[in-house]
Design a binder for this molecule. Sequence first.
Ligand code: AMP
Length: 159
Amino acid sequence: MIDTAISSMLLENKEHFLIPASKVASVQEDNSLTHAFLVLTKVRYSKIPVLGEDDQFKGLLSMPMITETMLGMDKLNVDKLDDLCVADVMQQDVVTVQNPYDVEEVMHLLVDDPFLPVVDDRGEFTGIVTRKEWMKSLNFLVHNLDKEYELVAKHALNH
Ligand code: AMP
């Protein structure tokens, strides 16, 4: 259980937590790998969300998932990129969250992933929460907790 004083301080930065879908670079699951290759090169993010019809969240795509398909014996074969689509190579087993402000759940999951896709109860992609924004909140917490609260070591109270 996270102390309520701690979680309320972590949530002071809450309006920055959710990067809305409209600001997130993404590809469609039926896009060709050539298109996805160009998008990933341009946006420079290592992994981006994959969306399906009606903005349903489908998975994540990274450059290695694409370049893996180009590997030949001793050269790269780019022709494959027009034959395959994003759905053929994307990562499907992705952990998502519905509530980007659930301190307990989000902090736990961001240990393993630099960002988490946020979906609503119908599976529609609503945005992402990033480790970067949570680190900013943690930074704020560790620097300001003693300014807002009196911290007394429990072992000192016993003497
Ligand atoms: P950052 O918090 O900016 O370091 O981003 C961490 C990761 O989250 C990036 O490597 C991307 O995979 C993803 N990400 C962050 N912002 C965006 C965005 N606007 N569009 C797509 N992916 C993003």
